[in-house]
Write a protein that binds this ligand. Structure first.
Ligand SMILES: *Cc1c(COP(=O)(O)O)cnc(C)c1O
Length: 423
């Protein structure tokens, strides 16, 4: 299957029916699965056989989506989680104990910034933030023997910073540390981090992957491309897991993914629901066509905004002259996505007035679905951040985040135009 192109994988990868079976995955609403054979059941618990026994660990509908996303990202396997945040939390819990540390780009999504910067430190895991555009040696200096992974977003939400993959990948490779990428806003249609040196990819499938604002979800994709065996940075992968009758994860084909499911999905229960997996699976059928339209609409809207007298600045990597224009050509050659941010000449109140006058584009705490929407991060998603935190995250008081949908671009621009006329 993996030899097919991305747009083929979007509709064909994942679930393959046998003769007479349903064409698309069914919503398998069952907590448990029947076995008449004790040995078969034991083999499942020993991870010697594939199968389902309890939906807190794995479920057929979730499995279909996991296989599809793993194929899209070119990974060895994937785990469906209840939300994007739970995917990121479980990834960290699989790798870190008290006393360990994480190295993370400071431009990441507000929820991730909070999890790594405030919540995990309460459990004894320290986070060291770096400016994604820092020099290579500054990043190197943050990594020590207790660093378990380096984390960044392909396209940062909402600062729209395009990641310098070569820099981070070469540092991680040299230090033998895992490189984890949140690929939510790029999606595998625009960028495949595993082919650029990343080892694990996480997603909030609540965004483009579902694409219809219908289902929360997260995904963890294991690249299966990291050498855990004998790596002194990862003792938990090289010593027997007493909570899983002595399993040594480094000896398995997919060490990270297996540990994550066998320990963390088991212990937290933060798996994706079958209903949400079904909706996300349907949504992902059209991912490649939607991304094409999001990208072409956004490029038109960004060009319109850049020429507008009431706009101070626009950030979208499709604009020649954007700080990330060249880097995006290298890492996101098929388009730079529908997310942009811009600064209105004025303050937070001017932004509020502008947003209240929009008729087609709605105000929502959401991005990356088929309908265009706006948000004022400084007063909503990022309001828990300090003034310095806002500056580090690249969020000014006049910043408006715009997620361009798949409506006709002329209608989107006309709506923006009439709202600008009111301020
Ligand atoms: C939304 C988002 C998340 C969190 O995902 P949820 O599904 O809302 O929990 C994580 N990372 C990025 C980049 C996001 O945009």
């Amino acid at each position: 299957m993996n030899e097919y192109k991305l747009d083929t994988l979007c509709v064909q990868a994942g679930y393959r029916p046998e003769t007479g079976e349903s064409r698309i995955p069914q919503i398998c609403q069952s907590t448990t699965f029947f076995y008449g054979d004790t040995q078969k059941m034991a083999d499942l618990f020993d991870l010697k056989a594939d199968g389902f026994f309890y939906s807190r660990l794995a479920n057929p509908t979730v499995d279909a989506l996991e296989k599809r996303v793993a194929a899209l990202e070119g990974g060895a396997g994937a785990i469906g989680c209840a939300s994007g945040m739970s995917a990121i939390l479980l990834t960290a819990m699989t790798l870190c104990n008290a006393g360990d540390n994480i190295v993370c780009a400071c431009e990441v999504y507000g929820g991730t910034y909070n999890l790594f910067g405030t919540t995990l430190p309460k459990l004894g895991v320290e986070c060291r933030f770096f400016d994604a555009d820092c020099e290579q040696d500054e990043l190197e200096k943050l990594i020590d023997g207790k660093t378990r992974f380096v984390f960044a977003e392909t396209v940062a939400n909402p600062a729209i910073v395009v990641l310098d993959f070569d820099k981070v990948a070469s540092v991680c490779k040299e230090k033998g540390v895992l490189f984890i990428v949140d690929n939510t806003l790029a999606t595998p249609v625009l960028c495949r981090p595993l082919s650029l040196g990343a080892n694990i990819v996480v997603h909030s499938t609540s965004k483009y992957m579902d694409g219809h604002a219908a289902a929360l979800g997260g995904m963890i994709v294991d690249g299966g491309n990291f050498a855990f065996k004998g790596n002194p940075r990862y003792p938990a992968f090289n010593e027997p897991d007493e909570s899983y009758h002595g399993l040594v994860y480094a000896d398995l084909a997919v060490p990270f993914g297996t540990k994550c499911r066998a320990q963390m999905i088991r212990d937290t229960g933060a798996i994706m629901s079958p209903q949400n997996a079904f909706l996300t699976y349907l949504g992902s059928d059209t991912l490649s066509v939607r991304m094409e339209k999001h990208c072409s609409n956004a490029a038109k809207v960004a060009a319109y905004l850049a020429a507008h007298p009431k706009i101070e600045w626009v950030k979208h990597p499709s604009l020649p002259g954007d700080k990330y224009y060249e880097r995006a050509k290298k890492y996101l050659p098929n388009g730079t996505g529908g997310m942009m941010s811009f600064g209105i000449r004025g303050d937070a109140k001017t932004c509020a007035r502008f947003m209240e006058h929009l008729k087609l584009i709605s105000q929502e705490t959401h991005v990356a679905d088929v309908r265009s929407c706006v948000l004022h991060p400084a007063s909503t998603t990022h309001r828990q951040l300090s003034e310095q935190g806002l500056i580090d995250a690249g969020i000014s008081a006049n910043l408006v985040r715009l997620s361009v949908g798949i409506e006709n671009p002329d209608d989107i621009i006309a709506d923006l135009e009439q709202a600008f006329a009111q301020i």
